[in-house]
Design a protein around this ligand. Structure first.
Ligand code: ZN
Length: 151
């Protein structure tokens, strides 16, 4: 990854950390789930509102490091208006990107802005911060939401 890209990635992450999108409580949520990453202390609650199989609205709140917050913020932006199936595909792609061998070049196909997290592959402890929101999302999809941890 060249240096300019790194700078750009960092800028997007810092921006979403500072001004998280879709941040707050969604009173009319159909599903909520909580996620916790004990390694870093990241905590978040995810609120989802469905229109059939489509995510009509999504919000999150909680506290955590810049990576976990920016990841949750960018995730909410990228899943709004998508079906569960589409979101599952996105989850697999995102997970694949952040857990891939850092010696290979990242596969950022169809990930759009989410590709800013390709760099966390090089920091294994940070991967859990980046995937926390996604694991929480999966938990919210399941019939019996429970607190998930990245452990
Ligand atoms: Zn973290």
């Amino acid at each position: 990854m060249n240096l300019d890209l790194r700078d750009l990635y960092q800028e997007v992450i810092l921006d979403h950390n500072k001004r998280p999108r879709n941040f707050g409580v969604l009173e009319e949520a159909d599903r909520t789930a909580e996620g916790y990453n004990p390694l870093c202390g990241d905590k978040l609650t995810l609120y989802l509102q469905f229109d059939g199989e489509v995510i009509r609205d999504v919000r999150f709140d909680g506290s955590g490091c810049a990576i976990s917050k920016a990841s949750a913020s960018l995730m909410t932006e990228s899943i709004k208006g998508k079906s569960r199936k589409e979101v599952e595909v996105l989850f697999e792609r995102f997970q694949g990107m952040v857990t891939a061998d850092s010696a290979t070049s990242p596969n950022t196909d169809h990930l759009g802005k989410l590709s800013v997290f390709a760099g966390v592959r090089e920091y294994p402890a940070r991967v859990k911060c980046a995937v926390l929101a996604w694991h929480t999302l999966r938990s919210a999809f399941s019939l019996e939401p429970k607190v998930v941890t990245t452990e």
